[in-house]
Ligand binder design. Structure first.
Ligand code: 6CS
Length: 361
């Protein structure tokens, strides 16, 4: 764990140097990069950059490494993708901008950091929307027209093309001082969230005081009590060591952590047909790969957290009645999304709810 924290400090130091270099590149994707309007031709090489919000060993980073390996093999070495850990290129929000301006071609992006821009993307902030079964949630993410067509169009207005949506696992709450078992426990509770405004709204609905921040600041904030709790999938609670500075983990399964494989829209549209097909095919193949990866990491970390006697964590399972209280309190946020957030009168949410209902039948 110390290594991870140390590595993170190194990454942040590296950040300044690298982001300066990228800014100087002005979005030039490197030699024969297959950029916008570059049709590519035989014998060409392609050098692309792929940034993630996680570090070596964590799901997003492993995804990008595997993606890069597959693209390199399929192209007989013509496609070379440099994968960047989180911290190397700035904050999560900086990374969104880098994808938009073409400084990087590919990014794993969480909708939780784009909500101030792509309002509809905040649909993922709604608690208890997706089914409890993570496999069914992933099937919906794979096939949903509401997400893969309608929401994608909203992102493309900002030069971001989400090519796929995938779960990193069900999210759980961790806390110090207060065990989170029913909405009343959130009263005045200092909860860390990502930056999308609807995530904050979801916690205000329980009476909490949400504070948005990057995960790079979260360990220290939890340790010092600046915030008292946070939400994440179990592998992340483990690998980022948050559980070491928290007393409780509530198995709430209140939401899924959804990540998107995104590309710069202009760059992607400018790829030649062969390259585009190779990217699309690899994105599709990776859906099962990443599902298995997150499942393995989440299962492994649950055991580690349970058995870590040096850093004991009380694990709380919610009763059906307790979950129902949270569900009831969360429902108003859907109306808020439809009325105050959506720019299309909640049409994407309506369609997604229909898709979820038919997948759950
Ligand atoms: O809590 C967060 O902000 C981070 N959580 C995960 C699972 N991935 C990256 C993200 O930034």
């Amino acid at each position: 764990m110390i290594i991870l924290k140390f590595k993170h400090v190194l990454s942040l130091a590296f950040l300044l140097v690298l982001s300066t270099v990228l800014a100087a590149c002005g979005g030039d994707s490197g030699e024969n990069a297959g950029g916008e309007g570059d049709g590519g031709s035989e014998g060409e090489t392609y050098n692309w950059r792929f940034v993630t919000e996680e570090v070596d060993g964590q799901v997003q980073y492993e995804y990008a490494e595997e993606f890069a390996k597959r693209m390199n093999e399929k192209s007989d070495g013509a496609v070379n993708i440099d994968v960047y850990e989180f911290g190397g290129l700035g904050s999560e929000t900086d990374q969104v901008e880098q994808l938009q301006n073409g400084a990087v071609e590919l990014a794993v992006m969480s909708p939780g950091f784009t909500g101030n821009m792509v309002k509809e993307g905040q649909i993922f902030a709604l608690h208890f929307l997706f089914p409890d079964r993570v496999e069914t949630t992933q099937e919906i993410l794979n096939s949903s027209e509401a997400l893969n067509t309608d929401l994608r169009e909203r992102y493309e207005e900002f030069d971001i093309s989400p090519l796929s949506f995938w779960t990193e696992g069900a999210m759980q709450w961790t806390s110090s001082g207060t065990a989170l078992e029913e909405p009343a426990d959130f009263q005045n509770f200092k909860m860390r969230t990502q930056t999308s405004p609807l995530i904050l709204e979801s916690y205000r609905a329980y009476g909490a005081e949400p504070t948005p921040m990057s995960w790079s600041e979260l360990y220290t904030a939890l340790d010092r009590g600046t915030v008292e709790g946070q939400e994440n999938p179990i592998f992340f609670i483990g690998d980022a060591s948050f559980y070491e500075v928290q007393d409780y983990m509530t198995v709430s399964n209140h939401n899924n952590y959804v990540a998107m494989t995104t590309v710069n829209t202009g760059w992607y549209e400018g790829l030649n047909d062969e390259m585009k097909a190779m990217v699309d095919e690899t994105v599709q193949e990776m859906q099962q790969w990443v599902f298995d990866e997150q499942q393995a990491q989440n299962e492994e970390w649950l055991e580690t957290i349970k058995n870590d006697e040096e850093n004991p964590t009380e694990i709380i399972e919610l009763t059906e009645d307790q979950r129902q209280m949270f569900k009831d309190a969360a429902m108003d946020v859907r109306d808020f999304y439809r009325e105050e957030v959506s720019t299309v009168d909640g049409a994407i949410l309506d369609k997604l709810e229909e898709e979820i209902n038919s997948a759950s039948e």
